[in-house]
Design a protein around this ligand. Structure first.
Ligand code: PLP
Length: 423
């Protein structure tokens, strides 16, 4: 099929049948799923198999940067699959080089490594930090400090890095070499570095999210991060930022760290990078030669298909000036959420976020949880996702329009009125 004969989005409008029982019988039950099946999308809208329309403020959890069925995405996917979709990293891949160049030109990074997901990008960063600790810092048993309430992925090393026991339960023995500190607490960080400097143990790196996504939409504190940067420079250890959720424009800046006035030594990206195509990247400023040929690899990592598509995402962010849209829509959304929160001061205790990653926190003193609001909103045609038990998270596509945000706020205020009546 050539690009010219691609089916029009509007032609795919018939609701199809979906066999939930068959799905549940054949797919492992690793996810708690909502009982709807989504089958098509356009912009910030998605439709389920019943033909019901939803406003998508989940976007594949902060992933569908350009929303659904964006013309640039369709063109890039079609072009690349017709040309070449996969070859091994045994050979040079021009698309990988071009994407790396764009990332290097648009960040503090000097070079990039490509993989397939956020967890894998963090694994690569952890391996880099381990090797640097051994070979340069000469630490026998290097420790990476990570934060309480952090989230870094679901592999064994990254659930260990994740400072939330609920993700680790029953998966022990965990990977040694991680230690948790409270987020945004400089005294606790300094104390941990002191305490851990004993025998063969020493801190070799600190890994943090510029804003904690899964952990409850907790923005990093500027003064804290600036002091963390100073400490890392003073003692020569690596500062790693997990930009998987907040990178690629979600905060209104291309990278989360730009909100903090601090640059990392190593950072990772995934979710928004490919606009929904599976890709991850680990990037570094200065420490690009730590991992040598044969020391890290990925079969799919950086193949022509994902890199060609991710490049189109990057170019579209620039061409459509999406960062300013993110800032404007983010302000619109937050002020609307604050207006809703003002109606329920006992129940909603905070509204916070950067750009288009925002959270609305419910009081610990009420029985109502984030999931209750998410379910009620879904009924009314608005998709939302919790971030922990008490925070409702709003992460729409970066192409979301003013009318979309107004509509989402209108639905949410109706939903709040009805759930508050019940609780
Ligand atoms: C989602 C997420 C990850 C894990 O990414 P996967 O692609 O699911 O492996 C890691 N870190 C952060 C901050 C995330 O939000």
């Amino acid at each position: 099929m050539s690009i010219e004969t691609l089916p029009e989005q509007t032609q795919i409008n018939s609701a199809s049948t979906f066999d939930k029982d068959s799905f549940d019988q054949n797919v492992m039950s690793t996810y708690g799923r909502f009982p709807i099946a989504l089958e098509r999308g356009s912009g910030s809208q998605v439709w389920d198999t019943q033909g019901k329309e939803y406003l998508d403020f989940v976007a594949g959890i902060a992933t569908c940067t350009l929303g659904h069925a964006h013309p640039s995405l369709i063109t890039a996917v079609t072009k690349q699959i017709q040309k070449l979709h996969h070859v091994s990293n045994l050979y040079y891949i021009p698309e990988q080089g071009e994407l790396a160049r764009w990332l290097v030109e648009h960040s503090c990074a000097d070079r990039a490594f490509f993989c397939n997901s956020g967890a894998e990008a963090n694994e690569a960063a952890i391996k880099l930090a381990r090797k640097y600790s051994h070979t340069v810092l000469e630490i026998e048993k290097p420790i990476i400090l990570t934060a309480n309430a952090s989230f870094h992925g679901r592999t064994l090393a990254t659930i260990t890095a994740t400072g939330q026991p609920k993700y680790q339960k029953n998966f022990n023995p965990l990977v040694p070499g991680f230690h948790y500190i409270p987020y945004n607490d400089i005294e606790a960080l300094e104390a941990a570095i002191g305490e851990l400097d004993e025998g063969d143990y020493r801190v070799g790196a600190i890994m943090l999210e510029p804003l904690q996504g899964e952990g409850g939409v907790n923005p990093g504190n500027r003064a804290y991060f600036q002091r963390v940067r100073q400490i890392c420079d003073e003692i020569g250890i690596l500062l790693i930022f997990d930009e998987v959720q907040v990178g690629m424009g979600r905060t209104g800046k291309l990278w989360g760290y730009e909100n903090l006035g601090v640059e990392p030594d190593v950072f990772t990206s995934a979710k928004g990078l490919g606009g929904g195509i599976p890709i991850g990247a680990m990037m570094s400023k200065k420490f690009c030669d730590v991992l040598q040929p044969g020391e890290h690899a990925s079969t799919f990592g950086g193949n022509p298909f994902v890199c060609g598509v991710a490049m189109a995402v990057c170019q579209t962010i620039e061409r459509e000036n999406l960062l300013s849209n993110v800032t404007a829509r983010g302000e619109q959304l937050r002020s609307g959420l604050q207006a809703i929160a003002a109606k329920y001061p006992q129940q909603i205790i905070d509204v916070r976020g950067w750009g288009l990653i925002n959270g609305m926190e419910l009081s610990p003193d009420i029985t109502l949880n984030a999931i209750d609001i998410v379910k009620a909103a879904m009924e009314e045609g608005l998709l939302l996702v919790p971030a922990g038990s008490k925070v409702v998270r709003f992460v729409p596509p970066l192409i979301v329009t003013e009318a979309d945000v107004d509509r989402a706020l209108q639905i949410l205020s109706q939903v709040m009125a009805s759930v508050m009546e019940d609780c």
